[in-house]
Design a protein around this ligand. Structure first.
Ligand code: F6R
Length: 352
Protein backbone atom coordinates (compact mmCIF):
# COMPACT_ATOMS: atom_id res chain seq x y z
CA UNK A 1 0.00 0.00 0.00
CA UNK A 2 1.32 3.40 -0.97
CA UNK A 3 1.77 5.78 1.89
CA UNK A 4 -0.45 8.78 1.10
CA UNK A 5 1.86 11.06 3.01
CA UNK A 6 4.86 10.41 0.75
CA UNK A 7 3.76 13.06 -1.70
CA UNK A 8 7.01 13.28 -3.69
CA UNK A 9 5.92 10.18 -5.59
CA UNK A 10 2.58 11.56 -6.77
CA UNK A 11 3.72 12.66 -10.24
CA UNK A 12 5.01 9.18 -11.03
CA UNK A 13 1.56 7.73 -10.48
CA UNK A 14 -0.63 10.69 -11.49
CA UNK A 15 1.00 10.99 -14.91
CA UNK A 16 -1.75 13.07 -16.50
CA UNK A 17 -2.27 15.55 -13.67
CA UNK A 18 -5.65 14.51 -12.36
CA UNK A 19 -4.82 16.31 -9.12
CA UNK A 20 -4.39 19.59 -10.98
CA UNK A 21 -7.78 19.12 -12.66
CA UNK A 22 -9.43 18.45 -9.32
CA UNK A 23 -7.78 21.53 -7.89
CA UNK A 24 -9.02 23.56 -10.88
CA UNK A 25 -12.67 22.62 -10.37
CA UNK A 26 -13.56 25.91 -8.60
CA UNK A 27 -11.87 27.86 -11.44
CA UNK A 28 -13.81 25.86 -14.04
CA UNK A 29 -17.09 26.76 -12.36
CA UNK A 30 -16.28 30.46 -12.15
CA UNK A 31 -14.90 30.66 -15.71
CA UNK A 32 -17.90 28.90 -17.17
CA UNK A 33 -20.38 31.05 -15.25
CA UNK A 34 -18.61 34.16 -16.54
CA UNK A 35 -18.62 32.85 -20.13
CA UNK A 36 -22.29 31.91 -19.91
CA UNK A 37 -23.17 35.58 -19.33
CA UNK A 38 -22.53 36.27 -23.00
CA UNK A 39 -24.05 33.02 -24.26
CA UNK A 40 -27.10 33.97 -26.30
CA UNK A 41 -30.18 31.78 -26.47
CA UNK A 42 -32.68 32.28 -29.32
CA UNK A 43 -35.67 34.36 -28.13
CA UNK A 44 -38.21 31.63 -29.01
CA UNK A 45 -36.56 29.18 -26.57
CA UNK A 46 -38.45 30.82 -23.70
CA UNK A 47 -41.68 28.99 -24.64
CA UNK A 48 -41.13 25.45 -23.34
CA UNK A 49 -43.14 22.48 -22.15
CA UNK A 50 -40.23 20.34 -20.98
CA UNK A 51 -36.46 19.95 -20.94
CA UNK A 52 -34.46 16.86 -21.88
CA UNK A 53 -30.73 16.70 -21.17
CA UNK A 54 -28.78 14.13 -23.18
CA UNK A 55 -25.48 12.80 -21.92
CA UNK A 56 -23.50 9.76 -20.85
CA UNK A 57 -21.02 9.10 -18.05
CA UNK A 58 -19.15 12.11 -16.75
CA UNK A 59 -21.21 14.41 -18.97
CA UNK A 60 -24.53 12.97 -17.77
CA UNK A 61 -23.51 13.78 -14.19
CA UNK A 62 -23.72 17.50 -15.07
CA UNK A 63 -27.32 16.88 -16.17
CA UNK A 64 -28.29 14.86 -13.09
CA UNK A 65 -26.92 17.55 -10.78
CA UNK A 66 -28.70 20.36 -12.65
CA UNK A 67 -31.97 18.42 -12.68
CA UNK A 68 -31.79 17.89 -8.91
CA UNK A 69 -30.98 21.54 -8.26
CA UNK A 70 -33.85 22.74 -10.46
CA UNK A 71 -36.31 20.19 -9.05
CA UNK A 72 -38.05 22.58 -6.67
CA UNK A 73 -38.00 25.64 -8.94
CA UNK A 74 -38.50 24.53 -12.52
CA UNK A 75 -41.98 25.13 -13.91
CA UNK A 76 -41.50 22.37 -16.48
CA UNK A 77 -40.30 18.77 -16.12
CA UNK A 78 -36.59 18.14 -16.66
CA UNK A 79 -35.40 14.69 -17.70
CA UNK A 80 -31.91 13.29 -18.22
CA UNK A 81 -31.62 10.71 -20.98
CA UNK A 82 -28.57 8.45 -20.94
CA UNK A 83 -29.55 5.90 -23.55
CA UNK A 84 -30.21 5.59 -27.29
CA UNK A 85 -33.85 6.66 -27.14
CA UNK A 86 -35.76 9.88 -26.65
CA UNK A 87 -39.02 10.02 -24.74
CA UNK A 88 -41.98 10.18 -27.11
CA UNK A 89 -43.07 13.63 -25.82
CA UNK A 90 -40.00 15.38 -27.28
CA UNK A 91 -41.20 17.92 -29.85
CA UNK A 92 -41.02 21.60 -30.86
CA UNK A 93 -41.70 22.76 -27.28
CA UNK A 94 -38.88 20.66 -25.80
CA UNK A 95 -35.51 22.15 -24.99
CA UNK A 96 -32.94 19.44 -25.69
CA UNK A 97 -29.50 20.03 -24.24
CA UNK A 98 -26.86 17.80 -25.84
CA UNK A 99 -24.13 17.39 -23.24
CA UNK A 100 -20.98 15.62 -24.34
CA UNK A 101 -17.48 16.69 -23.46
CA UNK A 102 -15.91 15.01 -26.52
CA UNK A 103 -18.91 15.65 -28.74
CA UNK A 104 -18.49 12.14 -30.13
CA UNK A 105 -20.47 9.90 -27.81
CA UNK A 106 -22.61 7.51 -29.81
CA UNK A 107 -25.74 7.47 -27.63
CA UNK A 108 -25.80 11.26 -27.23
CA UNK A 109 -25.32 11.82 -30.97
CA UNK A 110 -28.15 9.41 -31.78
CA UNK A 111 -30.67 11.14 -29.51
CA UNK A 112 -29.49 14.65 -30.40
CA UNK A 113 -30.00 13.96 -34.12
CA UNK A 114 -33.41 12.49 -33.43
CA UNK A 115 -34.36 15.56 -31.35
CA UNK A 116 -33.34 17.78 -34.27
CA UNK A 117 -35.60 15.80 -36.59
CA UNK A 118 -38.43 16.24 -34.10
CA UNK A 119 -37.83 20.01 -34.33
CA UNK A 120 -36.90 20.36 -30.65
CA UNK A 121 -35.09 23.51 -29.51
CA UNK A 122 -31.47 22.38 -29.40
CA UNK A 123 -28.44 23.54 -27.41
CA UNK A 124 -25.07 21.77 -27.44
CA UNK A 125 -22.49 21.89 -24.65
CA UNK A 126 -19.25 20.32 -25.85
CA UNK A 127 -15.59 20.67 -26.78
CA UNK A 128 -16.62 20.27 -30.43
CA UNK A 129 -16.79 16.96 -32.30
CA UNK A 130 -19.81 15.66 -34.16
CA UNK A 131 -22.23 17.15 -31.63
CA UNK A 132 -21.12 20.68 -32.49
CA UNK A 133 -21.51 19.92 -36.23
CA UNK A 134 -25.03 18.57 -35.80
CA UNK A 135 -25.97 21.61 -33.70
CA UNK A 136 -24.57 23.95 -36.39
CA UNK A 137 -26.55 22.10 -39.08
CA UNK A 138 -29.70 22.81 -37.08
CA UNK A 139 -28.50 26.40 -36.44
CA UNK A 140 -28.58 25.69 -32.69
CA UNK A 141 -26.37 27.52 -30.16
CA UNK A 142 -23.19 25.75 -29.04
CA UNK A 143 -21.35 26.44 -25.79
CA UNK A 144 -17.77 25.39 -26.47
CA UNK A 145 -15.80 24.02 -23.53
CA UNK A 146 -12.23 25.23 -23.68
CA UNK A 147 -10.57 22.93 -21.23
CA UNK A 148 -8.40 19.89 -21.85
CA UNK A 149 -8.96 16.93 -19.55
CA UNK A 150 -10.89 13.71 -19.20
CA UNK A 151 -14.65 14.42 -19.47
CA UNK A 152 -15.26 13.67 -15.80
CA UNK A 153 -12.52 16.11 -14.80
CA UNK A 154 -14.34 18.92 -16.65
CA UNK A 155 -17.47 18.66 -14.50
CA UNK A 156 -17.16 22.34 -13.59
CA UNK A 157 -17.93 23.20 -17.22
CA UNK A 158 -20.45 20.45 -17.89
CA UNK A 159 -22.58 21.24 -14.83
CA UNK A 160 -22.26 25.04 -14.79
CA UNK A 161 -23.05 25.39 -18.49
CA UNK A 162 -26.33 23.48 -18.00
CA UNK A 163 -27.10 25.73 -15.03
CA UNK A 164 -26.33 28.74 -17.21
CA UNK A 165 -28.81 27.59 -19.86
CA UNK A 166 -31.50 26.74 -17.29
CA UNK A 167 -31.09 30.01 -15.42
CA UNK A 168 -31.45 32.02 -18.65
CA UNK A 169 -34.86 30.36 -19.00
CA UNK A 170 -35.75 30.94 -15.32
CA UNK A 171 -35.87 27.22 -14.63
CA UNK A 172 -33.37 27.26 -11.80
CA UNK A 173 -33.20 29.72 -8.98
CA UNK A 174 -29.61 30.75 -8.30
CA UNK A 175 -28.55 33.67 -6.12
CA UNK A 176 -26.19 36.08 -7.84
CA UNK A 177 -23.29 35.05 -5.58
CA UNK A 178 -24.00 31.30 -5.42
CA UNK A 179 -21.31 30.32 -7.92
CA UNK A 180 -18.67 32.55 -6.37
CA UNK A 181 -19.56 31.39 -2.86
CA UNK A 182 -19.26 27.76 -3.99
CA UNK A 183 -15.84 28.36 -5.52
CA UNK A 184 -14.62 30.10 -2.37
CA UNK A 185 -15.81 27.24 -0.14
CA UNK A 186 -14.26 24.65 -2.46
CA UNK A 187 -10.91 26.43 -2.41
CA UNK A 188 -11.11 26.54 1.40
CA UNK A 189 -11.77 22.78 1.50
CA UNK A 190 -8.90 22.09 -0.90
CA UNK A 191 -6.45 23.47 1.64
CA UNK A 192 -7.60 20.72 4.02
CA UNK A 193 -7.57 17.90 1.46
CA UNK A 194 -4.44 18.53 -0.61
CA UNK A 195 -1.61 15.97 -0.53
CA UNK A 196 0.58 18.01 1.82
CA UNK A 197 -2.04 17.67 4.58
CA UNK A 198 -1.15 14.50 6.50
CA UNK A 199 -3.60 11.63 6.76
CA UNK A 200 -4.48 12.22 10.39
CA UNK A 201 -5.84 15.68 9.47
CA UNK A 202 -7.06 14.90 5.95
CA UNK A 203 -10.66 13.62 5.63
CA UNK A 204 -10.22 12.56 1.99
CA UNK A 205 -7.17 10.42 2.74
CA UNK A 206 -8.89 8.89 5.75
CA UNK A 207 -11.97 7.97 3.70
CA UNK A 208 -9.82 6.53 0.90
CA UNK A 209 -8.05 4.30 3.41
CA UNK A 210 -11.36 3.26 5.00
CA UNK A 211 -12.73 2.22 1.61
CA UNK A 212 -9.57 0.59 0.35
CA UNK A 213 -10.59 -3.04 0.92
CA UNK A 214 -14.31 -2.43 0.94
CA UNK A 215 -17.22 -2.26 -1.46
CA UNK A 216 -18.36 1.35 -1.00
CA UNK A 217 -22.05 2.15 -1.28
CA UNK A 218 -22.72 5.87 -1.27
CA UNK A 219 -26.23 7.04 -0.42
CA UNK A 220 -27.90 10.43 -0.53
CA UNK A 221 -31.34 12.04 -0.65
CA UNK A 222 -32.66 14.87 -2.84
CA UNK A 223 -29.81 17.00 -4.19
CA UNK A 224 -27.35 14.61 -2.56
CA UNK A 225 -28.58 11.66 -4.66
CA UNK A 226 -26.71 12.76 -7.80
CA UNK A 227 -23.81 13.83 -5.59
CA UNK A 228 -23.66 10.25 -4.25
CA UNK A 229 -23.79 9.07 -7.86
CA UNK A 230 -20.83 11.32 -8.74
CA UNK A 231 -18.88 9.85 -5.81
CA UNK A 232 -19.62 6.39 -7.15
CA UNK A 233 -18.56 7.20 -10.70
CA UNK A 234 -15.38 8.92 -9.52
CA UNK A 235 -14.50 5.98 -7.27
CA UNK A 236 -15.06 3.71 -10.31
CA UNK A 237 -13.15 5.80 -12.85
CA UNK A 238 -10.43 7.51 -10.82
CA UNK A 239 -10.13 4.97 -8.02
CA UNK A 240 -10.57 1.89 -10.31
CA UNK A 241 -12.70 0.47 -7.57
CA UNK A 242 -16.09 -1.17 -7.59
CA UNK A 243 -18.71 1.04 -5.90
CA UNK A 244 -22.42 1.75 -6.08
CA UNK A 245 -24.76 4.54 -5.12
CA UNK A 246 -28.24 4.49 -3.68
CA UNK A 247 -31.01 6.98 -3.15
CA UNK A 248 -32.91 7.76 0.01
CA UNK A 249 -35.71 7.27 1.00
CA UNK A 250 -36.22 4.69 -1.77
CA UNK A 251 -33.57 2.28 -0.46
CA UNK A 252 -35.64 1.82 2.70
CA UNK A 253 -38.28 0.05 0.64
CA UNK A 254 -36.14 -2.67 -0.95
CA UNK A 255 -32.35 -2.61 -0.50
CA UNK A 256 -32.63 -2.94 3.28
CA UNK A 257 -34.32 -6.31 2.95
CA UNK A 258 -31.33 -7.67 1.02
CA UNK A 259 -28.85 -7.12 3.85
CA UNK A 260 -28.71 -10.81 4.69
CA UNK A 261 -26.56 -12.55 2.08
CA UNK A 262 -23.94 -13.06 0.81
CA UNK A 263 -22.39 -12.74 4.25
CA UNK A 264 -18.76 -12.41 3.08
CA UNK A 265 -19.82 -9.51 0.87
CA UNK A 266 -21.68 -7.81 3.72
CA UNK A 267 -18.48 -7.89 5.75
CA UNK A 268 -16.72 -6.17 2.86
CA UNK A 269 -19.41 -3.52 2.39
CA UNK A 270 -19.03 0.06 3.58
CA UNK A 271 -22.04 2.37 3.46
CA UNK A 272 -21.54 6.11 3.44
CA UNK A 273 -24.55 8.38 3.89
CA UNK A 274 -24.12 11.89 2.57
CA UNK A 275 -26.34 14.27 4.49
CA UNK A 276 -27.54 17.68 3.45
CA UNK A 277 -28.76 20.41 5.72
CA UNK A 278 -31.42 21.10 3.08
CA UNK A 279 -32.92 17.61 3.08
CA UNK A 280 -36.18 16.47 4.64
CA UNK A 281 -35.70 15.80 8.35
CA UNK A 282 -37.36 12.37 7.94
CA UNK A 283 -34.41 11.19 5.87
CA UNK A 284 -32.03 11.84 8.78
CA UNK A 285 -34.24 9.81 11.07
CA UNK A 286 -34.29 7.06 8.46
CA UNK A 287 -30.48 7.12 8.24
CA UNK A 288 -30.16 6.64 11.99
CA UNK A 289 -32.54 3.68 11.98
CA UNK A 290 -30.78 2.15 8.97
CA UNK A 291 -27.54 2.64 10.89
CA UNK A 292 -28.89 0.43 13.70
CA UNK A 293 -29.85 -2.26 11.16
CA UNK A 294 -26.44 -2.09 9.48
CA UNK A 295 -24.66 -2.41 12.81
CA UNK A 296 -26.71 -5.48 13.63
CA UNK A 297 -25.77 -7.04 10.31
CA UNK A 298 -22.10 -6.22 10.81
CA UNK A 299 -21.94 -3.70 7.97
CA UNK A 300 -19.62 -0.78 8.51
CA UNK A 301 -21.11 2.64 7.84
CA UNK A 302 -20.52 6.35 8.34
CA UNK A 303 -22.51 9.53 7.90
CA UNK A 304 -20.89 12.65 6.48
CA UNK A 305 -22.39 16.08 6.64
CA UNK A 306 -20.28 19.06 5.76
CA UNK A 307 -22.88 21.40 7.36
CA UNK A 308 -21.70 24.54 5.64
CA UNK A 309 -23.40 27.87 5.96
CA UNK A 310 -23.74 28.31 2.18
CA UNK A 311 -26.43 27.80 -0.47
CA UNK A 312 -27.59 24.45 -1.87
CA UNK A 313 -25.27 24.72 -4.86
CA UNK A 314 -22.24 25.20 -2.64
CA UNK A 315 -23.23 22.28 -0.45
CA UNK A 316 -23.48 20.05 -3.53
CA UNK A 317 -20.20 21.22 -5.02
CA UNK A 318 -18.20 21.05 -1.82
CA UNK A 319 -19.43 17.51 -1.18
CA UNK A 320 -18.56 16.53 -4.75
CA UNK A 321 -15.15 18.04 -4.16
CA UNK A 322 -14.51 15.83 -1.14
CA UNK A 323 -15.52 12.78 -3.22
CA UNK A 324 -13.21 13.75 -6.06
CA UNK A 325 -10.26 13.91 -3.66
CA UNK A 326 -11.25 10.59 -2.07
CA UNK A 327 -11.34 8.89 -5.50
CA UNK A 328 -7.96 10.40 -6.33
CA UNK A 329 -6.35 9.02 -3.18
CA UNK A 330 -7.96 5.63 -3.81
CA UNK A 331 -5.99 5.44 -7.07
CA UNK A 332 -2.79 6.61 -5.42
CA UNK A 333 -3.17 3.95 -2.71
CA UNK A 334 -3.21 1.34 -5.48
CA UNK A 335 -0.33 2.95 -7.35
CA UNK A 336 -2.60 3.41 -10.38
CA UNK A 337 -2.85 6.44 -12.65
CA UNK A 338 -6.24 8.03 -11.75
CA UNK A 339 -6.73 9.40 -15.29
CA UNK A 340 -6.55 6.20 -17.35
CA UNK A 341 -9.84 4.46 -18.09
CA UNK A 342 -8.61 1.65 -20.34
CA UNK A 343 -11.78 -0.45 -20.22
CA UNK A 344 -14.01 2.48 -21.27
CA UNK A 345 -11.66 3.30 -24.14
CA UNK A 346 -11.44 -0.35 -25.20
CA UNK A 347 -15.21 -0.64 -25.33
CA UNK A 348 -15.61 2.58 -27.35
CA UNK A 349 -12.95 1.36 -29.79
CA UNK A 350 -14.60 -2.01 -30.23
CA UNK A 351 -17.92 -0.33 -30.97
CA UNK A 352 -16.56 2.14 -33.50
C1 F6R B 1 -14.32 9.71 -18.92
C2 F6R B 1 -15.71 9.79 -18.49
C3 F6R B 1 -16.74 9.04 -19.28
C4 F6R B 1 -17.32 9.91 -20.41
C5 F6R B 1 -18.37 9.15 -21.20
C6 F6R B 1 -19.06 10.01 -22.26
O1 F6R B 1 -13.56 10.61 -18.16
O2 F6R B 1 -16.01 10.42 -17.53
O3 F6R B 1 -17.74 8.63 -18.37
O4 F6R B 1 -17.87 11.08 -19.85
O5 F6R B 1 -17.80 8.03 -21.80
O6 F6R B 1 -18.14 10.74 -23.03
P1 F6R B 1 -18.38 12.29 -23.25
O7 F6R B 1 -18.45 12.91 -21.90
O8 F6R B 1 -17.21 12.76 -24.05
O9 F6R B 1 -19.68 12.40 -23.99
Amino acid sequence: MTNLDQINNLEHVDKQSMLRHIQELPDQIENCWEEMKSFVMPANYIKLSNVVILGMGGSAVGGFLAKALAFSTSKVPIEVVNSYHLPNYVGPETLVIGLSYSGNTEETLTTFREAGKKKAKLVAITMGGELASIASNFKAPVYTINYGSQPRAALGYLFTAVLGVLSKLDLVDLGKDDVRESAVLMRGLATKLNPEVPTYQNEAKKLAITMEDKLPIIAGAGVMAPVAYRWRTQINENGKHLAYSLELPELCHNWLAGLKVPQPLLKQTYVLFIQSKHENERNRIRQNIIGQILRKQGVKYDIISLQLSGCVLSEMLVTIYLGDYVSYYMAILKDIDPTKVEEIEYLKKQLS
